[in-house]
Design a protein around this ligand. Structure first.
Ligand code: PLP
Length: 363
């Protein structure tokens, strides 16, 4: 019999689909359409399919390479990282919609449309304080919208949008959403027709839908994290009444490759670790430690692993292995054991793109 390979990322597709349904139903009830964001799972098709079945209105990614494979699934595609000028040709070829923040790139999109005999829909981004992409000056955004309407005949103004809770970690409040809504009204007045899309943000903005506090003018969200792992809202934001979203879509399975009692404090002269950090260690005496065969190369540097079993805690790790304290685990952990973990979005991003991780689908 062939040996099962580890590490494995097990994805429960029916839980994922259910999460998508829960989010899209709540959004649709409030007149909000949903772009399902698949960049967090490397655009993997079996999962993208469940975004479609779950009722999303568009499929979105920050990467054209992912969108290219997903065009077949029947939903309009949306590029959600504002494109580089060098991507203009591919944006028009691959995506139905894109987020935009620069007049020159819009010109390049128009030129690409002309060459390909196509039209392309754009969402102009407003920076409301998170200091990522988008126009800072609102007048300039309105001018850009007018220019799209009047001077770029192949570029369709689908609407405006914003992104919060990213670089600047700015909270999407009702006030921020009202700021976007007011800007949408300005743009509508300037161009003389309603906007198809007023896109209020990502998972963190969904919280306002959950609380029935989203201003009515906001009619679009771009949602990934909450349906994939639903970790941030529950564990970082402390939202306690979101049980309708499962945080167990993914399970990381890793195999124990060494398990020994060792001192908890390193022995010798402490200098710098393998990543140039000068760590400190708590001396808790001799404790049982397990090493598992998954590391930073597979899941990024921030290991927010949540062991499913009681009495197991994360100690640290290297590129190719992770060290756990298993002293308080009620059962003896042994070499060869498979340990299971809940993971956050950042681990999913890496694990779904890692060369040595097997992705397994159930459900
Ligand atoms: C990643 C991303 C999203 C989705 O964010 P989640 O927190 O995963 O819901 C939405 N909009 C933009 C511009 C993004 O880059």
């Amino acid at each position: 019999m062939e040996q099962k390979r580890y590490p494995r990322l097990v994805c429960d597709l029916s839980r994922l689909e259910q999460n998508v349904k829960e989010v899209t139903r709540r959004c649709h009830d409030e007149g909000i359409r949903v772009a399902g964001v698949v960049k967090g799972v490397n655009g993997l098709e079996p999962m993208a399919e469940r975004f479609v079945r779950g009722g999303c209105d568009q499929l979105a990614s920050s990467r054209l390479s992912q969108l290219e494979k997903l065009g077949e699934l029947g939903l309009p595609t949306m590029l959600i990282r504002v494109p580089m000028p060098s991507e203009a040709e591919d944006v028009v070829r691959i995506a139905r919609y894109s987020l935009q923040s620069d007049p020159e790139v819009l010109d390049a999109i128009e030129a690409a449309c002309l060459r390909q005999g196509k039209t392309h829909k754009v969402v102009l981004m407003a920076d409301l304080g998170d200091l990522r992409e988008g126009w800072w000056n609102k007048e300039e955004l309105v001018e850009a919208a007018i220019r799209v309407e009047r001077e770029l005949p192949h570029v369709e103004l689908a609407g405006i949008g914003t992104n919060l809770g990213c670089y600047g970690a700015i909270k999407p409040t009702v006030e921020k959403m009202e700021e976007l809504a007011a800007l949408a009204e300005k743009v509508e007045a300037a161009v003389g027709h309603p906007l198809e899309i007023v896109s209020g943000g990502a998972t963190t903005s969904f919280l306002l839908v959950h609380q029935h506090r989203m201003p009515r003018k906001i009619n679009h969200l771009r949602v990934g994290e909450s349906v994939l792992v639903c970790y941030d809202l529950k564990y970082e934001w402390g939202v306690t009444d979101m049980d309708y979203l499962s945080s167990h879509v993914f399970t990381l399975q890793a195999q124990v490759l060494e398990c020994r009692v060792k001192p908890s404090h390193p022995v010798g002269e402490i200098f710098v670790d393998a990543f140039g950090n000068r760590p400190t260690y708590e001396d808790r005496g001799d404790r049982r430690r397990a090493l598992i065969g998954v590391g930073k190369l597979d899941m990024g540097s921030s290991a927010r692993l949540l062991p499913r079993e009681e009495g197991i805690t994360y100690l640290g790790g290297a590129s190719d292995l992770t060290i756990l304290d298993v002293e308080d685990c009620p059962r003896p952990v042994r070499v060869g054991d498979i340990l299971e973990f809940d993971i956050s979005y950042s681990e999913v991003v890496f694990l779904t793109a890692a060369a040595d991780v097997t992705v397994e689908y159930i459900g």
